[in-house]
Design a protein around this ligand. Structure first.
Ligand code: ACO
Length: 439
């Protein structure tokens, strides 16, 4: 089988959002801290009637319907998520409801912070490579998370969303997964420990998480460039890619990550003229060093990364979908519309930590136009959301907390606005079994 990768995509995000300017005022921080300092405009959020199962059901159903995918053509379904709903039962098991009559579907959930989605995609590609020649079936990957933080400096870096991919041969977006290079390390930068009270919020060491992200970019990118050189691929760093996507906790972080890649290429590997007189030991954790790296990478940022951050700026950190939302934004843009093949690069990161860099391509297949249409519609849908005040957003998170901690059964979440065709949590019985309905 050739060109195994993403052959169809759908994106779901909640109807509710809060403006980051409003959050700055509400949290009494200096104006510009979230909007300029972190590079965020808005943040999507779910009420207590949505959870990771409901958003995964919504996006998977949407994928099957939009692309008319026969349910018996699927032999593998993998979910990448870090959103806690059950300590044993995977989200994947709930999605089996959408495949009536087909129980022969391999795969469960994969968890490691924001990285589980990338690993799920790589696994699905492996599954299709091995299995498609045997029975011509394909895989589906679902990446879905609700990112929420306790009150404090991290709360403004939340978000929520879900993406579903069809993984098949002869795909519009093949992933050249044999060139994937990693940086994996035991790190306590962000985690969700078992404690005496249930909580949806992570424990975060903010500054360690930022340093860990940058270390992961530097090391996995260095591993990637030496791997592609060893295999004589002709890939010459960022020059070889039309678009570069990086996991986005907030977009300023992406800009810093790209700056590290560019510095590695231009100053450390190529000793470009632009680097003359610049210290070749700039430290990404040093403010002056980072400012210089950002300055040097301004052109690459403008051309290859910044234009594709629309979902990230306006929804926030969706955790596992944050990286792939950039692929959708790229597909919605004119830059992906020409007939010649395009090269794209992904940097996946998840705290704890796991990271990988892998290349992909965009090919002119029979359904590329359809995929691009879905991407354009998803961008437009951002404008059909409903804005809530910072107070209402805070109250909604309180509702989620009290739903989790309530001892009244059956538990019934509040009624809250949803886009049409969205699954929602309708109730939870005294054995904590959740039931869902379609809006
Ligand atoms: N105007 C413009 N910029 C401002 C302003 C202002 N008025 N005020 C502050 N800033 C800048 C700061 O200089 C800083 O930018 P810099 O680091 O590029 O210099 C930025 O805004 C943030 O300000 P800090 O004071 O560093 O923010 P704080 O420490 O309060 O919190 C943090 C930021 C650590 C990201 C926090 O939101 C957090 O913990 N988030 C969750 C963890 C996270 O997302 N980690 C990233 C990788 S892991 C993952 O994906 C979950």
């Amino acid at each position: 089988v050739k060109d195994v990768g993403i052959g169809a995509i759908e994106l779901y995000f909640p109807q509710n959002y809060v403006d980051q300017n409003d959050l700055e005022k509400y949290n009494n921080v200096s104006s510009g801290k979230y909007t300029i300092g972190l590079g965020q405009q808005q943040m999507g959020f779910c009420s207590d009637n949505e959870d990771v199962v409901s958003i995964s059901l919504t996006v998977t159903r949407q994928l099957l319907q939009t692309y008319q995918i026969p349910t018996d053509s699927i032999g593998c379904l993998v979910v990448g998520t870090e959103t806690m709903i059950d300590k044993s039962k995977s989200v994947k098991t709930s999605l089996m409801e959408l495949f009536p009559g087909n129980t022969d579907i391999e795969g469960v959930d994969i968890k490691n912070a924001c990285f589980g989605g990338a690993q799920a995609l790589l696994h699905a590609i492996d599954w299709v490579t091995v299995n498609h020649p045997v029975d011509q079936r394909n895989a589906i990957v679902v990446v879905a998370d609700i990112a929420i933080y306790e009150e404090g400096p991290a709360r403004c870096t939340g978000g929520a969303g879900a993406i579903a991919f069809l993984v098949c041969p002869d795909a519009a977006i093949p992933i050249d997964r044999q060139f994937s290079a990693c940086h994996m390390k035991n790190t306590w930068d962000f985690f969700k420990p078992i404690t005496s009270t249930a909580s949806e919020y992570p424990v975060v060491d903010g500054s360690l998480s930022l340093a860990s992200y940058l270390e992961a970019v530097k090391t996995s990118y260095t591993n990637f460039v030496s791997k592609v050189a060893r295999h004589a691929t002709g890939i010459d760093g960022l020059n070889s890619f039309d678009a570069v996507f990086l996991h986005s906790p907030f977009t300023k972080m992406v800009q810093k990550g790209l700056a590290v890649m560019h510095y590695t290429d231009s100053c450390l590997r190529h000793k470009d003229q632009n680097c003359n007189g610049i210290d070749n030991k700039l430290d990404e954790n040093d403010k002056a060093g980072m400012t210089k790296m950002i300055e040097l990478s301004a052109q690459v940022w403008k051309e290859k990364t910044d234009p594709f951050l629309v979902f990230n700026r306006r929804i926030g950190n969706m955790y596992t979908p944050s990286l792939f939302a950039q692929l959708l934004a790229y597909l919605s843009s004119e830059k992906s519309s020409t007939v010649e093949e395009k090269n794209i690069l992904f940097f996946a990161y998840g705290s704890g930590l796991a990271s990988a860099i892998f290349p992909g391509r965009v090919r002119q297949t029979a359904n590329l136009k359809k995929i691009r249409g879905v991407a354009v519609k998803a961008v437009k849908r951002l404008d059909y959301r409903q804005k809530y005040s910072a107070e209402e957003f805070t109250e909604t998170l309180r509702k989620r907390e009290s739903f989790l901690h309530s001892n009244e059964f059956p538990k019934t979440p509040s009624e809250s606005a949803l886009f049409p065709n969205t699954y929602f949590l309708s109730s939870m019985d005294k054995m904590y079994r959740r039931t869902y309905k379609l809006h």
